[in-house]
Design a protein around this ligand. Structure first.
Ligand code: ATP
Ligand code: MG
Length: 357
């Protein structure tokens, strides 16, 4: 796809064409009045503006398919904002929009996207708890959509998982007809609470038709455009990773999205300046090697306090420099997920961290 960035302020006229300006249809709008008269919508999603924009750029079948995405702030007038970053009124969404020549071409891309989403959730460490889930389409479509739901007791959704299929169905569309149509075995389904971390939408020709987006085929005839949209809320995903992987001591970041690769702690006994010097040396070497280091060089804190903070922040690896580690010949490293550490040299630490980045 091509990355772009669309504006937050949106033209109501476009939304009226798809019947989504109405507050009873989309109940999370933030709208604002303009001093010059009239209103603007504050982005909660971007199907309408991007479809309208493409009417100025898309002409021939030769330019298709088109895939466009952005990381952009969405605003939603949620009745209840809660659970920290899980449900907020302003959040960054990765949203992608697809424009295909035919339903078949669209479906192929849609399945690729679903696979890519599963891969993303695996890479951030929640793959073992995340299921592609059949769900309703909200204000986006009257058809069904695919959500990506991560099992968690704090989840707001209820899903029924078919472990054999590796798929689930959301309670909101759960009925005998759908179970049969989509091949779910009712007796084998397991009910779970889950967090919606992503959602992909087959949109058919609804938006293109309403906003007048067509393309010219080989014969010069105007044809319908088949669309899809694909969203992941980054903050909610982050919150879900924390929720799923944390232990009683704090966060456990997977290496793939950890804000730092290593948490370097210096434990000074008394006013031994050598230890701080040694730690600074290690910090410089790691930084020069392009490794992201969080350096806890605070003074006057006990080892216990620093260890507790390191566990709470959850950087995948802790590296301690202390009188003892230096006596034993180096740096004491310990993974956040393990109990026991070991002493290694700076060269060895560099090797380990470079191979994991
Ligand atoms: P929900 O049902 O939880 O209100 P939604 O179905 O309205 O979410 P979508 O329109 O499908 O949300 O948006 C795509 C993704 O954006 C969601 O799967 C979720 O990851 C994220 N998201 C949606 N609303 C919020 C919010 N209020 N705060 C944080 N992330 C959100
Ligand atoms: Mg959704």
């Amino acid at each position: 796809g091509q990355e772009i960035l669309m504006t937050t302020l949106q033209d109501p006229e476009l939304w009226k064409k798809t019947n989504r300006w109405d507050d009873t249809v989309v109940d999370i709008w933030f709208k604002s009045k303009m001093v010059s008269g009239g209103e603007v919508g504050i982005a909660n999603t971007h199907e309408e503006p991007i479809t309208a924009m493409l009417t100025h750029f898309l002409d021939s079948y030769k330019e298709m398919p088109i895939y466009i995405y952005q990381f952009q702030n969405k605003f939603r007038n949620e009745l209840r904002a809660k659970s920290g970053i899980m449900r907020v009124r302003e959040f960054i969404m990765k949203d992608l929009y697809s424009f295909n020549k035919s339903e078949e071409e669209f479906k192929e891309f849609y399945e690729k996207c679903a696979e890519a989403y599963i891969k993303i959730f695996k890479r951030v460490g929640i793959g073992h708890k995340t299921y592609r889930t059949l769900a309703a389409g909200g204000s986006f479509t009257t058809g069904l959509t695919d959500e990506f739901q991560t099992i968690s007791s704090v989840g707001e959704d209820t899903i029924y998982i078919d472990e054999n299929k590796g798929l689930a169905i959301n309670k909101e569309v759960y009925n005998d007809e759908n179970l049969e149509k989509y091949g779910f075995n009712k007796s084998k389904l397991r009910e779970e609470k889950a967090i919606e971390v992503g959602n992909i939408f087959p949109l058919g020709t609804k938006y293109a038709d309403a906003l007048g987006l067509t393309y010219q085929d080989e014969k010069g005839e105007r044809q319908k455009v088949f669309m899809g949209s694909y969203g992941i809320g980054l903050g909610r995903l982050m919150g879900t990773v924390v929720e799923v992987l944390s232990d009683d001591k704090g966060i456990v970041w997977p290496e793939s999205i950890a804000p730092f690769a290593v948490h370097l702690l210096v434990l000074q006994s008394g006013d031994d300046k050598n230890i701080l010097k040694e730690a600074n040396k290690v910090y410089e070497s790691l930084s020069k090697a392009g490794i992201e280091v969080l350096f806890d060089d605070r003074q006057g804190l006990s080892a216990g306090e620093k260890f507790a903070d390191a566990d709470l922040l959850g950087i995948p690896m802790r590296a301690v420099i202390s009188t003892r580690s230096i006596q034993d010949g180096g740096i004491e490293i310990k993974k956040r997920t393990e109990e026991k550490g070991e002493i290694i040299s700076l060269d060895e630490l560099l090797k380990i961290l470079k191979s994991s980045t």
